[in-house]
Design a protein around this ligand. Structure first.
Ligand code: SAM
Ligand code: DTB
Ligand code: SF4
Length: 330
């Protein structure tokens, strides 16, 4: 039986094993949530949730074959490939997000990797997000070392690049980019001094061991990601994962609780998939230590709960928006 009291007493660790994480995920539900709550309250205000807004600045037409993704050219999902969004549109969306209470603005592009010309335009976009008074985050695919440096010089706060699943299951999901490629991009981002946002997806047909394997791969990075997004698969028609049944809601809550215990100082984001979750499941996720969400009716290409529904949920839970995230992971 895993010693949860000992885990609660520990700080950030980088020597997790898969069997240990599996035992954590399998702990009695009440004990697991109580342990996660104790860790959460040591580092965060349990009644505050950070709000990020997403904008797809370049939609569709992506050459990668990620089996979950509606933006891949390999699958017919009815999505039209678009060009990079004009700066004025980004500026308008950023102002709207700030007015709605977002503290971070995340821009996603459906690229394998940005060209240096692409990067010039994204750097201008980072500028307008900063002018709107928000933290900036981008997710653009793989980055070279000099590209990460340029983004750091532009004042980028966070770079999102997910490991998505365990190293063992990864090959079932993506063939055009390796796990090692992802680790290299993460290293370039870290070395450039940009905060790392890195997590994965639950509900792609992976086993318990793969969920543990994902969390262990993230925890054993040289430094913990400042932000750990836990996505539930949004099963999109036309993708190979379209028919995938959603995971057991309580199993999903367990993953959040395990993430909170394994990443005591990181922001754990309840990311994609909230549209398929009840308010009660989301409340359990917050209780388990999730303290960040995407707010606004669209993720990148799929629907998210409408802002009114989230405001009502926050009100029912007595939750308030957190001010700027102060990252301090080790
Ligand atoms: N193209 C870039 C890349 O993949 O590196 C950035 C954008 S990509 C859409 C960002 C992340 O969104 C993916 O790594 C994946 O974890 C998540 N994602 C994409 N489609 C999803 C879906 N249908 N359900 C849940 N998460 C998804
Ligand atoms: C992350 O982990 N989740 C976000 C963000 N990083 C970029 C993306 C979710 C995308 C969900 C599918 C879509 O809307 O296209
Ligand atoms: Fe392209 Fe990113 Fe979608 Fe993969 S997840 S297909 S890299 S947009």
């Amino acid at each position: 039986m895993i010693d949860l009291d000992a885990l609660v007493a520990q700080d950030a660790r980088h020597d997790w094993t898969v069997p240990e994480a599996q035992a954590l995920l399998a702990a009695p539900f009440m004990d697991l949530l109580y342990a996660a709550q104790r860790v959460h309250r040591r580092h965060f205000d349990a009644n505050r949730v950070q709000i990020s807004t997403l904008l797809s600045i370049k939609t569709g037409g992506c050459p990668e074959d990620c089996a979950y993704c509606p933006q891949s050219v390999h699958f017919d999902t009815g999505l039209e490939g678009e060009r990079l969004m004009p700066l004025a549109e980004v500026a308008a969306a950023a102002r709207r997000a700030r007015e709605a209470g977002a503290t971070r603005f995340c821009m996603g592009a459906a690229w394998r990797r940005p060209t240096d010309r692409n990067l010039d335009r994204v750097i201008d976009m980072i500028g307008v997000v900063r002018e709107a008074g928000m933290e900036s985050c981008v997710t653009l695919g793989m980055l070279s070392e000099p590209q990460a440096q340029r983004l750091a010089e532009a004042g980028l706060d966070y770079y999102n690049h997910n490991l998505d699943t365990s190293p063992e299951y990864y090959g079932q999901i993506i063939s055009t980019r390796s796990y090692q490629d992802r680790l290299e991009t993460l290293a370039h981002v870290r070395e450039a001094g940009i905060n790392v946002c890195c997590g994965g997806i639950i509900g792609m047909g992976e086993g318990e061991q793969d969920r543990a394997g994902l969390l262990v791969a993230l925890a054993n990075l040289p430094a913990h990601p400042e932000s750990v997004p836990i996505n539930q698969l949004v099963a999109v028609q036309g993708t190979p994962l379209a028919g995938q049944a959603p995971p057991d809601p309580l199993e999903f809550v367990r993953v959040i609780a395990a993430a909170r215990i394994m990443f005591p100082r990181s922001w754990v984001r309840l990311s994609a998939g909230r549209n398929d979750m009840s308010d009660e499941q989301q409340a359990l996720c917050f209780l388990a230590g999730a303290n960040s969400i995407f707010y606004g009716e669209r993720l990148l290409t799929t629907d998210n709960p409408v802002a009114d529904a989230d405001a009502a949920l926050f009100q029912r839970l007595g939750v308030q928006a957190a001010e700027h995230a102060a990252p301090a992971p080790a």
